[in-house]
Write a protein that binds this ligand. Sequence first.
Ligand SMILES: Cc1ncc(COP(=O)(O)O)c(C=O)c1O
Length: 381
Amino acid sequence: MAFDFDTPPDRRHSDSIKWQRYAHRDVLPMWVADMDFAAPPAVREALQARLDHGVFGYAHVSTALREAIVEGIARDHDWQIEPDWLVFLPGVVQGFNLACRLAGEPGDGVLTFPPIYPPMLLAPDNHQRRLVRSELVLKGGRWEYDWDGLDALLATQSARLLMLCNPHNPVGRVWTREELTRLAWHAEKHDWLICSDDIHCGLVIDSAQPYLPIAALDEAIAQRSITLMAPSKTWNIPALGCAFAVIPNAHLRKQYLASARGLIPDVNVLGLVACEAAYRDGGPWREALLAYLQSNARALLAGVNALPGLSMTQVEATYLAWLDCRGLGLTDPQRHFERHGLGLSDGRDFGLNGFLRLNFGCSRALLDEALQRLATAVRAV
Ligand SMILES: Cc1ncc(COP(=O)(O)O)c(C=O)c1O
């Protein structure tokens, strides 16, 4: 079946926060992480059938939904999980905030790796935990962990929680078995809880870099892990508010549920329906999407790296590119590109100045226009 990513619905006059920001300006919105594409037909059909039923009373998480997720994760990611390991949540952000509440006591450290999705930088403080930062480094054209820096950091700072992002937003890396094993070694040594935000795991566009959940490394690591996943990024349904934590350890699962009690609402019924359809029937659409994103990523990589003062690394996963603007010598790159018609995310929000994040989950025509505007903006520096 063919899917049309070239002519997405017009979102300019919709309720989209991405498009509303620039509603009355000639600025291409390429910031917040949703794609411009309509959700897969299989998801929309399931939602339509649920709407036609017409009753929206309290709903339970069905066995069929748990099975669709378990089968989907085994099929797509080669990870065998059990249905009762799943804890449903309205969002992944709530998922890592709960992990911060669980890990240790107020004042304890939460280790994470900037540049990173901004709510992960804020989560420790939300729960009176201390943010411990180990900055990623750009080595030979690839973003990596700074292993020496991490050793030095851990000599003076303690942590109770390792908060990962895999694949990593915004640098687009899919962490390798070696890298995850090295982190896992630290987790065992320091007795850390692990919370891995794997929301982008369905969006690997470099087939040479297969996704591996850290919890799949071995049984001991699984027992100390909370893996957060959702259909929201892969199938472009983030506003339907359905996510889940995979927690193999029964005691940890109980603690996690207890820390959510009275605070975190149940997932709404449309989110549950969409999630089941996505994992069960969304495969062909995802395959087509990945091919489209691969092509967008190739065009963007070539276009950006041809511009003096601007560069990006290969995107292994996600539809987000992390642009290095340091060579342009701008004090406020976000502002500069916005003035030239491009609405990008400011690297400072991710913890790194001099960078911008560009969302290429859009039609090729829009991306081509963005490339032209990038070139104009660079010439104007
Ligand atoms: C790494 C990461 N985690 C979480 C989220 C948001 O998740 P949710 O909307 O389920 O809270 C995003 C959205 O961009 C993200 O990139």
